[in-house]
Design a protein around this ligand. Structure first.
Ligand code: NAD
Length: 738
């Protein structure tokens, strides 16, 4: 039989080698066609008497990335369409659809012939669930191979048998830990957990899998054997009694009840382990049907799976510009940011010239790369030989002549217009006419900086976040005259260093910092009102923010906030700043010398390690404190999310960000905006513009003008529109740079 996505070769021992190798795809994924073909292959293996068993592997470097995003998107679309016609029927249809993959894997494991999964590369989600349904699993010893059930990270959970097979193969605690965090397993860890049977040298992987079948691998899973016992003990056992009360408490501590996907994992495992396997699969399917109907799952899949991948693949890239192959990139300014930008560039295999005022300063910047790669080697994330290769890629220099021939130069010199002007002129004097010049400025509008450029079309902003090596987002800023070519080159660069770009039009603070400032500013308001500082921090985390606003302000530095307030006052006048904020920040910086983490004193105190940071006790004495019992935490949570979301809506209204995918993804990647909401705009869409505007109005009445909804939102509320309808990114209108 011929298949499009698989090749089936039967050897002289009667073992079928099923090689999954999808044409025109760099990675295997589960599509409807793949499932249909696999179903037919299972039938073929079961029915053909000459076939003794099957080994399934991948013809690509990786095994598989799991489910295809277009399949998920279609499933949501069909559900929404059906729901509009007949909600009950729509749920029934969804239940049936969600059971298809799990049903196929169950069919595979009960087909009567042994199956072995030969995991030759990274194996994620549905593909790992399929492997768990195989009777044997062999993994390559290549250190790059990772296995995971990461569904929880996009708001769902492993719904094709994963929640049932994992805790029947390993103890429940590790099973819960693995699935509720979505963390990756190395081959050794998977072996230690009992999730795979063997680790084999990459070249002998398929042979090792074949041998399992030749050696008489039983085509029956442990849980289908009579007398099967759970490896970690039953739910109602001493071990179970120890685990489960703590598990629910830990879940609450980690998620504040914001992630139904994680909660449903606990429910599926707990309930599923009390019943026979086929009933357990039904329980999982029921919860999976429910999770898909939650706002959280819909929003998270859209932002963190679909949109993220689309942006990474260049959704905003002008397609009439040829892709750039970078032969050389210049980084001017080898300080805090420049040194790290050079590192991520060289790590992507692109030669870098790292330039500073003296060779010593440039060398110091280069030494940062040596430190970072050494840490990567220690963590097992890079090989020892990578260090020399990386350092060879970076030329430390003090001569602008070395920038000659660069395709792109990124400046990260002092935040000073004069210094930046001089650097732009000197670099442009040696650059080829088509080269792109980018500024990493965090506050100076690009259009203004481009005025000193002799080719403003080639001038663009590439705004990194710190720490550069960890932060996945890059804001690409369009000046008034920036061309499509410059945008394409910037996006090609961001793609080359494997980060996610969002395209932003020029404005004060761009997108991310405008939102972050709102977050911190609302915390200042609360402090002034006398809300206990610990409540402010806790409420923010309960709302889903990864770091409290006061802790965040300590990281970014309180004296920087003071500088920003002063600059805003000077540029926009007294109405643009709240005098109470100026008073607070001046008091902290000028009176108490509390500048943030960098001087060990901010909103928090930073005692020497191993002691942990704690809120500065005197903070409570600065303003008369309210009684905590009388403060409504729900309102505090709303204030944080609403003030940020309103700023994102203003940014859309002003045309600073034009594509809602970028506002959403950017907000999660840059400052961790409550990921369960799907991002700033999805938070509004999820609630509905009408309800959101009502909420904003009620907050405005009590807490001030920062909650005034922009006209755009009021209009959307009247029309019942969402951001993804109004600024539909798939309409083709916003696919181009503004
Ligand atoms: P930094 O002071 O650590 O580094 C600046 C470097 O530029 C220094 O090494 C300095 O010697 C060098 N330099 C100054 N004038 C130069 C010249 N004429 N030629 C060559 N090199 C010169 O500053 P930083 O924190 O790395 O910030 C750099 C830029 O990045 C600024 O525009 C800043 O706004 C922006 N930025 C900073 C952050 C952050 O978190 N620090 C985040 C995003 C963007």
């Amino acid at each position: 039989m011929k298949y499009t996505n698989f090749k089936v070769d039967i050897d002289s021992d009667g073992i079928a080698l099923v090689t999954w190798d999808m044409p025109d795809k760099s990675m295997n994924v589960f599509t409807e066609e793949v499932m249909k073909e696999l179903d037919a292959i299972v039938d073929q293996v079961a029915k053909d008497e000459a076939i003794k068993g099957a080994v399934i592997t991948s013809g690509k470097d990786t095994f598989s990335g799991g489910a295809d995003l277009t399949m998920l998107k279609r499933m949501f679309q069909i559900f929404q369409e059906e729901k509009a016609k007949d909600p009950k029927k729509a749920v029934e249809l969804l239940f049936e659809t969600t059971g298809r993959m799990g049903g196929l894997f169950r069919k595979l494991e009960t087909c009567g012939k042994p199956w072995v999964s030969a995991i030759n590369g990274t194996c994620m989600g549905g593909a790992f669930e399929m492997s768990l349904a195989c009777h044997g699993r062999v993994v390559s010893d290549d250190p790059a191979v990772k296995m995971a059930l990461p569904e929880v990270k996009v708001g769902i959970f492993p719904g094709a048998g994963g929640t049932q097979r994992v805790p029947r193969l390993t103890n429940q605690q590790d099973a819960l830990q693995m699935m509720t965090t979505g963390s990756s397993l190395t081959a050794a860890r998977a072996r230690a957990l009992g999730l795979v049977h063997e680790i084999a040298p990459a070249k002998k992987l398929v042979e090792a899998a074949r041998k399992m079948i030749r050696d008489g691998l039983k085509p029956v899973q442990p849980w289908d054997e009579k007398g099967f016992k759970l490896p970690g003990g039953a739910i109602y056992s001493a071990a179970g009694a120890n685990l489960w009360p703590a598990a629910t408490a830990i879940l609450r501590r980690e998620t504040y009840g914001n992630y139904p996907g994680a909660a449903f994992i606990l429910k599926s495992v707990y309930e599923g382990l009390l019943v026979p396997f086929d009933t357990a699969l039904k329980i999982e399917q029921r919860y999976f049907t429910r999770i898909l109907q939650t706002t959280e799952a819909g929003m998270m899949i859209r932002s963190l799976f679909v949109s993220l991948q689309e942006l990474n693949k260049g959704a905003r890239r002008p397609d009439d510009v040829k892709p750039t192959k970078f032969k050389k990139i210049g980084v001017v300014g080898a300080g805090f940011m420049g040194a790290s930008i050079a590192y991520v560039t060289a790590r992507a295999g692109i030669p870098v010239v790292l330039l500073d005022q003296s060779v010593e300063a440039a060398e110091k910047g280069k030494a940062h790369s040596a430190e970072l790669i050494t840490r990567e080697i220690q963590k097992g994330k890079a090989k020892a030989e990578d260090k020399d290769k990386l350092l060879e890629m970076i030329t430390a220099s003090a001569s602008y002549d070395d920038l000659e021939g660069a395709d792109l130069v990124i400046e990260a010199v002092f935040e000073d217009r004069e210094v930046k002007r001089a650097v732009t002129e000197k670099a442009e004097a040696v650059l080829k006419p088509g080269a792109i010049f980018a500024s990493n400025t965090s506050t100076l509008p690009i259009t203004g900086l481009a005025k000193v450029s002799v080719r403003p079309k080639n001038f663009i902003g590439i705004h990194f976040f710190s720490p550069v090596e960890k932060m996945m987002l890059v804001e690409v800023i369009m000046g008034k005259k920036t061309s499509d070519k410059a945008l394409a080159v910037a996006l090609d660069y961001v793609r080359a260093i494997k980060k996610t770009p969002i395209v932003v039009n020029d404005t004060r603070g761009f997108y991310v910092n405008r939102c972050v400032l709102r977050y911190m500013s609302e915390a200042y308001n609360m402090l002034v009102e006398g809300i206990p500082p610990a409540m402010i921090e806790n409420a923010a985390r309960m709302a889903g923010m990864p770091v409290g606003p006061l802790a965040l302000n300590d990281e970014t530095a309180i004296d920087l906030s003071q500088k920003i307030l002063k600059a805003t006052l000077a540029d926009l006048g007294p109405k643009a700043v709240d005098p109470r904020h100026v008073e607070l920040v001046d008091m902290l910086v000028d009176k108490y010398d509390r500048r943030g983490r960098k001087n060990g004193k901010g909103f928090y105190d930073y005692p020497p390690k191993p002691a942990k940071k704690h809120l500065w006790p005197e903070l409570k004495t600065l303003y008369p404190q309210q009684d905590a019992a009388g403060v409504d935490v729900e309102v505090l949570k709303q204030r944080f999310l609403v003030t940020i979301a309103l700023e994102a809506a203003r940014v859309m209204e002003e045309g600073i960000v034009t594509d809602p995918r970028e506002a959403d993804v950017g907000s999660i990647l840059a400052f961790g905006f409550a990921p369960y909401t799907g991002g700033t705009l999805s938070y509004i869409d999820g609630m509905g513009a009408g309800k959101f505007v009502e909420l904003a109005k009620s907050l405005q009445k009590k807490y001030g003008q920062q909650f005034k909804a922009p006209k755009l939102l009021q209009d959307m509320a009247e029309k019942g529109e969402t951001f993804y309808e109004r600024f539909n990114p798939y309409r083709g209108e916003v696919g181009k740079a503004a």
